[in-house]
Design a protein around this ligand. Sequence first.
Ligand code: BG6
Length: 500
Amino acid sequence: MDPQIFVIFGASGDLTQRKLIPAIYELYKVHLLPEHFALLGVSRTEMSDDAFRREVFFDNPHIEGAKDEGFSRYLFYQPIDTMQQEAYKKVRARLAKLDEERQTEGNYVFYLSTPPSLYPKIPAFLANEGLNNSNKGWKRLVIEKPFGYSRESARQLNQELLQYFGEDQIFRIDHYLGKETVQNLLVTRFANGIYEPLWNRNYIHHIEVTAAEEIGVEKRGGYYDRSGALRDMVQNHLLQVVAHMAMEPPITADASAIRNEKLKLLQSIRPITREEVPRYAIRGQYIASNIGEEKVAGYRQEEGVAGDSITETYVALKFYIDNWRWAGVPFYIRTGKCLPTKATEAVVYFKSPPHHLFRNVQDMMNVNNQLIIRIQPDEGLLLQFGMKVPGAGFQVKNVNMDFHYSDLTEGDVPEAYERLLLDVMKGDPTLYARGDSVEAAWQFVDPILEAWANDPSIKLYGYPAGTWGPDIANKLIEGNSVSWRNPCRNLTDADNYCEL
Ligand code: BG6
């Protein structure tokens, strides 16, 4: 890998401590950092290099185990007023000095882990100091979410960034794409002969994606109340999962081929019109409840949340993809805070056999084959199919065939940020969201957001914290023999044991 300096703006923030430094330290431990490397933290807080090393490394509660001092020698810190153009001279001078000492050849990654209001500003300040110029060493820019607030604001942000950095220099992070299991969706589909022939409207009845979270908004009420579940989880993470589930096979496995197919898919999602919103988009908000002995606060009682907030903490959608492969196949997606467990999975429901030979099916409701792709936790794959119950007659029962990542002996599943940071250091944009597909995803969610914001007659359903969201979401799935699969923590949802 090329020698380089990794610059983090917003270095005294939570993400640096929680995700970025732990991920880079993991890369260091497995010898994946380049030999000539430095990490420069930049933010407003006055702090020395040593204090920074203590805060983000030695005293970092998110890094377990013994800490190798060798790593701390890669860490440096530069305090600046990030809003002042003048201050960027200091950044340039510091980088030049480190560059010389560390022989990093002018290759810099700039990671913006700052409030979104600074996203267009910092690139402009950097550019005015010539720090966008790839003539002497490459320059890359990483942008955290949220990428815009609506299609229009995302388009504007793209335009602003493109004034200073080329699309090939911009890396928009979506940490779901860094998840091993989300990437494995492509391998499951395109490296196996058995799934792809069935992966279309002829054999698939419907597809469901659930991203359930057990926690509430915790300390992020201020941010979340202006965002809501649709912006926070659906526009980015869930639509990326849908794109991986539903896109056409790319011509090759390189970044532009994969990203072209994802864009096409996102563009083919049929928009939910404003009139259809009440029918196809269910919004909910958790209300206070007792979970066991514990009293759980409702969303409106959370810190930073308005007492009369109508921000959704739960959303369930039904939509169609208007293309040859998926015509007529409904997609159902949902996500929520304060649900009974944390689990993310995609479920493919295959159509039932055309002729019901065996009437004696124990559980008519589940007789369709299901393929469950577990994104987290207990990462793996589960295929459900009917088996004959031993004994007289033809009793049929659903059984499981499963694979768990934990059964692989070679190492752990890497953290999403480890993979993504490594990729940007290598210059591989495959797992980053391209500007056009971010806009396409906003295009789909915009009418829903607008309808919710402007039409007070569209209901916001309360659901007690710790339950599976508003009951009405079950009605989205038509046909009374199927409903959402409510996942357990363990993938193999054994008949009488479901760990939450
Ligand atoms: C983030 C959202 O992008 O994803 C959070 O802002 C959410 O609200 C988180 O909790 C979920 O990520 P994961 O990896 O825990 O599923």
